[in-house]
Design a protein around this ligand. Structure first.
Ligand code: NDP
Length: 276
């Protein structure tokens, strides 16, 4: 029988555990979030993060700007970097045109980089050091562990090679002794490659790309994709109905990876506080 990996419930459990931990801390951890521009989706993401933070007892400080210059944004990040009451800093992406995203992300103190996007933290992940890990891949690992504790020797295929999902995801699987293959838009014969995967991660951004005949019998399938269909409904990169029966475990969309991403942001903020 297929196990439905319910990220909504797991995230709730993670938040409860964090709330208990935060109650025992001498002060509330603080997360600073920088929201620039008028992207409605970004505004919703930030609102959700703020709500989730406050619910577990993390203080959130939202800095909103319709427009801001590169220099002023760098100056604000510097101020937050040196503010001892701020534990985590998150710049909501994408940034509006005209701002240099790379320079902005690199300006964040790596110890406060709760998104895990700073090159220093990505490098540390690569060499196996303890470091803040990007929230989505970190959440995916927790979901995978709901299905299987020891991943040693399993074949994992990660479709997608972005810096925020695919690449850190592959590193985390490698760290747990999986044999990892990274696939992307130029990969040849992707369905055949996927058929060897004991763990399949889809982070493509194209609705219902992965079909049942791509799936190895009893694979663990993690669907990172969030796509909006013409009828307004959300769906993942995996054709859930087609694939469900063939999997040992699968995440739904919504209520799969998405809620875990936010829970891991909160966890990273608490970890940043505790590692001071
Ligand atoms: P990117 O667009 O940065 O990366 C997509 C990757 O998919 C690229 O590596 C691309 O290959 C690859 N790709 C595109 N088309 C194909 C194809 N037909 N076959 C194989 N590979 C393909 O996206 P992100 O990594 O940022 O996000 C991926 C998805 O995950 C999106 O739907 C996004 O909304 C969602 N997401 C969900 C989160 C959550 O919390 N649930 C968090 C972050 C993202 P190439 O490099 O060759 O172009």
């Amino acid at each position: 029988m297929t196990l439905l990996l319910n990220g909504f419930e797991l995230a709730k459990q993670c938040r409860l555990e964090l709330a208990e931990k935060i109650k025992k801390l001498p002060r509330r951890p603080k997360l600073a979030v920088l929201l620039i521009g008028n992207d409605p989706a970004s505004a919703v993401y930030v609102k959700n993060k703020e709500k989730a933070a406050n619910e577990v007892g993390i203080q959130s400080e939202i800095h909103r700007f319709d427009t801001i210059s590169q220099n002023d944004l760098l100056a604000l990040i510097h101020k937050l970097n040196t503010d001892d009451t701020v534990d985590g800093i998150l710049v909501q992406l994408p940034l509006p045109a005209g701002l240099d995203e790379k320079e902005i992300l690199q300006a964040i103190n790596p110890e406060k980089d709760v998104d895990g996007f700073h090159p220093v933290n990505l490098g540390k992940l690569m060499i196996g050091e303890n470091t803040p890990v990007a929230c989505t891949p970190k959440g995916c690992m927790k979901l995978i562990h709901q299905a299987k504790e020891d991943l040693t020797g399993l074949n994992a295929v990660v479709i997608g090679r972005s810096v925020i999902v695919g690449k850190p995801m592959a590193q985390l699987l490698l760290r747990e002794n999986c044999t990892v293959t990274m696939a992307h838009s130029k990969t040849r014969n992707l369905p055949e490659l996927c058929r060897h995967a004991d763990i399949l991660i889809a982070a493509i951004g194209k609705p219902k790309t992965v079909k049942a005949d791509w799936i190895k019998e009893n694979a663990i399938v993690i669907d990172v994709g969030i796509n909006r269909l013409e009828n307004g409904k959300l769906c993942g990169d995996v054709d859930f109905d087609d694939c469900f029966d063939k999997c040992a475990a699968i995440t739904p969309v919504p209520k799969g990876v998405g809620p875990m991403t936010i829970a891991m942001l909160l966890e990273n903020t608490v970890e940043a506080y505790c590692s001071k």
